[in-house]
Design a protein around this ligand. Sequence first.
Ligand SMILES: [Zn+2]
Length: 510
Amino acid sequence: MRCHYCAPGVCYRYFETACGCFLCAGAYARLKPVYRCLCIAIIVRLACVTGILKQPPFIRNQAWGMSYGYHALGFTEAIFPPIMGPMTDTGIEDLLVPRFLRYVRYWTESDRHAPETPSTAGQWELARTLAEELKGLGLTDVELTDHCYVIARIPPSPGKAAVPALGFLAHLDTAGDVSGKDVQPRLVKNYDGKKIDLAPGLALDPALDAGLAAQQGKTIIHADGSTLLGADDKAGVAEIMGAAEYLLAHPEILHGPVEIVFSPDEETGKGLPEFPIERIRSKACYTLDGGPLGELETECFNAWKADITFRGRVIHIGAARGRLANAALMAATFAVQLPRSESPEATDGYYGYYCPMEIRGDLETASLEVFLRDFDRAGMDRRIAALETIAKTVEAQFPGGTVAVEVKNQYYNMKEKIDRFPGALEILTRAARNLGIEFRFKPIRGGTDGSRLTELGIPTPNIFTGGRNFHSRLEWVSVPEMALACRLVIELVRLWGEEAPEPPPVPPAK
Ligand SMILES: [Zn+2]
């Protein structure tokens, strides 16, 4: 149950249920948010002055837009430090954790077989919740498109309207590889560094996972072993939402226009064609969809998909000698001719691969779906040509049968176009350094919505979220790293407001 009245997250954070708090009661709830802020500001101020409250519990971490109320009353950081205190990781963690724990419970697993976008209803639910929360934070420019894209804009600070817009993206769906239904997140505070048993034969083992071992003494979140966690990409969603809340609560941070986009069906790649590019105003965007702290991805695979159709020649199998061409067997024969040394399980780094994703069929017809991945365009051409050769080989082995190969591009390596706007990376690197983060460049062995956006002319590198072991039951996320990702967004917005880099002169390619 979600609280409709008070600022998002407050009820959850402190009362663990909606509408149990006094903010939701009666007439008070019908006040406009700004008056609610003022009322609370006065009540809390009185309580603090009279000594009833030492530190207001529900606002101790500058958690929501109430500081508008404080600003309106003329209180500043100097007068009211507990409320308007400096940005700390603990404060940011309090903005992120309740959100993240809530978002992972939405069943947003995408379905690669569903023809429509979004492919599953759960994505609508999360999208609607996020749109409502963004409105609850005080944003008026919030839109939910026909295809379940949430687009919201934080207006620029006074005098900053001319600053070019920058955007942040995360995706709503989780991968279909492992169930994302009924996710039971477990919050481990002060992790003791020991093995965590999840289910028979399944454990988070620091001996096998150096990243996990390094979290000793810190807070992590994992699932119970029956599902994935969904940090990919709800960590990114929570980080962007947390940053938005923080920026709105801190009008003293001057910034230009900021755009927020949450997209459906990123994991299947099927959301990309519906990307509302015409509505995006940002000159550069950043996806929060990466892994460990410091990871920055500016290049990804060139991705193609091949749909291979096999048509056999059917005859009663009792009289089939020399006459039957079995389509099911043709598909299997094709699949085993793909080089095992160029499979996902045999490659890493910059090596590409072929991956049979699905095979189905019977005597008469069969189909095989193969993903082709290569960082290099020439490498991709070689792979496509190889499929044609294999098709001919299979046809030769099954007289009377035919094989048709149809290839389709999914996305391109974004490196080339990101390199055209070096300022977008340079300012990000500077923002990271201000927080003591050194980036490590790493090629993405996959793609993100950023790949598509970059292709359409808006450079979109991918930033870490703090998550690990994506698409698996062993997925976990480091809360301090989430906080740093969120702070990086805030710092980048601040820096960009001060000195936005000049976008490249070339018009966006269509
Ligand atoms: Zn992702």
